[in-house]
Design a protein around this ligand. Structure first.
Ligand code: ARG
Length: 458
């Protein structure tokens, strides 16, 4: 057991208590950030005359040695230390002796851990953002490729109106774009440095907190030391944003799973992204899409968990907060894995354009356009709605689509129909007439794609 605080104790910690309390098994994940924070701290201490230049040199060299050795595997982070902070400090003292004992001057593990967690999550936000950007790039090139791939658009999972695959993909482009904006927004709010807040009440040393903040690329120091050591709002915001990313991925996965069924056959998932069955030789299952959908629960769980942990905590630091780590790390790793795999899955997925188009032609997706045709010929919309309703009923009885009826059949339902009705209800017309901003016509899609490109090249 290697602890930083034995002085006022006369008995050894019970082994089970030690194990229960220790966090090294998981907080070693931010060992690099811990060293980075210590570096900034001692630089500031030396600038303020609290450490000598020689002590600063020794400590920086010692920290660099630890970093290099952990990196290369020569130094192993083991469970004999309570947490990553104790590990680094104890190793430093082993290496450089007395100067190492000055590392923790004017610092508490409370502001230290608050800093480490911020540095770690901030780094991860950049990584997740880069993965989302790659995904947006994939979606955008798929959109360009499928401007003329017709398919049914659904409401209530019932065929509604014809759209294109580009249009459908474009909806997800917008969702993931907002996810990136949310991450950027969180970064703005969280980017203030808690170091120098001490245990809760600041310190008596003349620390330059602005300098430390600057060294660590924060926008400034946090403004209340009590809040600094007990704020986990940014963790909650991050887990909320990550939950939203997962929700978006999960919706898309659900659609892919449906599109991949024998009944739909809209897509074929690449062999590299599907799995088989141990008993049913014919099977090719969408396991990756299902796993991404399933893992959404884990990330939601992390959010609810930290919200619940925080809700009754009095100021300032409480050990409960140590619980923020495992679930945040797991959520971050889960999201990174899911975004990367999802990107690979859709990039290699084959779309059966013929099946999608055929599906769009059936199921009366052009009924609204047939009604609009009548309206354009002077029939009030409510009457047109009724006429087309009867027309659909007739088609169902005859097992035909609207465009398969003869002009006589059409005229028997409404004399307003003329030969140009067939063109008016064709897939191409239905899509191309929808020219408003955000609609599926080629012109509208090209506008959206251009806007998407401009955004991605920012
Ligand atoms: N492992 C602790 C955490 O994650 C570090 C802070 C310890 N502070 C304390 N007062 N025991 O929160």
């Amino acid at each position: 057991m290697a602890q930083l605080w034995g002085g006022r104790f006369t008995k050894e910690t019970d082994q089970l208590v030690y194990n229960f309390n220790a966090s090294i098994t998981f907080d070693q994940k931010f060992w690099k950030q811990d060293i980075e924070g210590s570096r900034a701290h001692v630089r500031m201490l030396a600038k303020q005359g609290i450490l000598t230049e020689q002590e600063l040199r020794q400590i920086l060299d010692g920290l660099a040695g630890i970093e290099a050795d952990v990196e290369s595997g020569r130094l192993e982070i083991t469970q004999e230390y309570e947490d990553i902070h104790s590990f680094v400090e104890a190793n430093l003292i082993d290496r450089i002796g007395d100067a190492g004992k000055k590392l923790h001057t004017g610092r508490s593990r409370n502001d230290q851990v608050a800093l480490d967690m911020k540095l770690y999550t901030r780094d991860e936000i950049y990584e997740i953002d880069a993965l989302l950007k790659t995904l947006l790039g994939t979606l955008l090139s798929m959109m360009e490729e499928h401007i003329h791939t017709y398919m049914p658009g659904f409401t209530h999972l019932q065929k509604a109106q014809p759209i294109t695959l580009a249009h459908h993909l474009g909806a997800y482009f917008e969702m993931f774009r907002r996810d990136r904006l949310r991450l950027a927004d969180i970064k703005k709010r969280m980017n203030y440095c808690p170091l120098g807040s001490g245990a809760l009440a600041g310190t008596t040393y003349p620390l330059d907190r602005e300098y430390t903040a600057q060294l660590l690329h924060f926008d400034g120091p946090t403004m209340n030391s009590m809040d600094s050591v007990s704020d986990r709002d940014y963790v909650i915001e991050l887990l909320s944003a990550l939950s939203t990313v997962m929700m978006h991925l999960s919706r898309f996965c659900e659609e892919i799973i449906i599109w991949n069924t024998n009944e739909y056959r809209f897509v074929e998932i690449d062999d590299a992204y599907s799995t088989g069955s141990s008993i049913m030789p014919q099977k090719k299952n969408p396991d990756i899409a299902e796993l991404v959908r399933g893992k959404t629960g884990r990330v939601y769980g992390a959010l609810i968990s930290i919200l619940t942990t925080m809700k009754g905590l009095p100021l300032a630091y409480n050990k409960d907060m140590q619980e923020d780590k495992e679930l945040t790390f797991d959520a971050i790793d889960t999201v990174k894995g899911c975004v990367a795999l999802f990107n690979g899955m859709i990039a290699t997925m084959r779309f059966r354009k013929d099946v999608m188009e055929e599906s769009a032609m059936n199921g009366f997706t052009n009924a609204t356009d047939a009604a609009d045709y009548l309206v354009n010929h002077g029939v009030p919309f409510r009457d047109a709605h009724g006429i087309i309703g009867r027309l659909v009923l007739y088609c169902i009885e005859k097992n035909k689509a609207i465009h398969e009826l003869s002009l006589e059949e059409l005229k028997a339902i409404s004399p307003v129909f003329e030969a140009d009705i067939y063109d008016a209800v064709s897939l191409k017309t239905c899509v191309e007439k929808r020219q408003t901003i955000g609609a599926p016509s080629e012109a509208s899609m090209r506008r959206s794609i251009e806007a998407g490109k401009a955004y991605l090249s920012e």
